[in-house]
Design a protein around this ligand. Structure first.
Ligand code: ADP
Ligand code: MG
Length: 267
């Protein structure tokens, strides 16, 4: 691996609700940034291994070198070799996979010393090799998500365009604020991204307004949103990005704009 000598920007993709497009956005933003010439590491921090599957790994549970092995080593005070477990996707991003082993590791984290900082210790070791590291969080606010938020420079919140999503958002922001106060004062917001927006309804605009009214003071809301598109789901089933699967479609355009916005935010 080439040491870029730069500190990477670490983005946690977080929302405790499942099925809001965290994994999909991790893949497509990550590959979008790679297409812009950046060195990217995606970290699968969900025992379901959805990111790993979206990267084209057919049987994640057969992998031995995963985030679970990395965190176990850190907990045991061992050095993790830069490059351990890291795989390369054909579209130019690298990723650290996860599988069901991560569930047991999350349980053992609870009694570990400095338990909030295990992922941070690992990320600090690999950061010089990447421009951006994106952590795909699991759908809960448990120890692994806290580790991700402790290690992150910013948090990007994918929000499904439904009124019910707003309730969960309040709890998520409260948790992030607590982590900011006690564990990671430098943690900032990349923004709230509306996902799975159905062009046939007008919800999206109303929800965007509501989110801005309630949280706009503290959290930027991306102007651009991700449309609901069966193409997006097809792409992840095929282990590809939307840029390859349907390059001319609306979803590829939206992820392209998101990539530019994230680049414009700087590090
Ligand atoms: P999460 O990681 O938050 O649980 P996923 O990214 O796995 O969410 O998305 C949940 C499901 O919705 C997946 O089957 C995915 O392919 C699909 N999906 C994600 N984004 C879109 C979209 N913009 N349009 C249609 N389906 C989507
Ligand atoms: Mg996911």
């Amino acid at each position: 691996m080439e040491n870029t000598g730069r500190k990477s920007k670490v983005i946690a993709m977080a929302n405790q609700k499942g099925g809001v497009s965290k994994t999909t956005t991790t893949v497509n933003l990550g590959i979008g940034l790679a297409k812009a010439g950046k060195k990217i590491l995606l970290i699968d921090a969900d025992a379901q291994g959805s990111l790993t599957a979206s990267m084209g790994i057919r049987e994640p549970d057969k992998l031995k070198e995963t985030l679970a092995a990395v965190i176990t080593s850190v907990m045991e005070g061992q050095e993790v070799e830069a490059g351990f477990g890291i795989l390369t996707h054909e579209e130019g991003v690298q990723f650290l996979p996860a599988n069901i082993d991560l569930a047991a590791v999350e349980v053992s984290l609870i009694s570990a010393m400095s338990r909030e900082y295990m992922l941070k210790e690992y990320i600090e070791a690999v950061a010089p090799y990447y421009d951006y590291i994106i952590i795909d969080c699991m759908p809960s606010l448990g120890m692994l998500t806290i580790n991700a938020l402790a290690a992150a420079d910013t948090v990007l919140i994918p929000l499904q365009a439904q009124f019910l999503s707003l309730k969960g958002l309040e709890q998520l922001i409260a948790t992030i604020m607590r982590i900011k106060k006690r564990i990671n004062p430098a943690l900032d917001f990349e923004g709230i991204l509306l996902t799975m927006v159905d062009a046939r309804t007008n919800y999206a605009k109303d929800i965007m307004e509501l989110v801005r009214e309630n949280y706009g003071q503290i959290i930027p809301v991306f102007e651009n949103y991700i449309p609901l598109s069966v193409r997006v789901a097809e792409a992840s089933a095929e282990g590809k990005s939307i840029f390859v699967h349907d390059p001319k479609g609306k979803a590829a355009e939206a992820y392209g704009i998101l990539t530019k916005e994230v680049l414009a935010h700087g590090k």
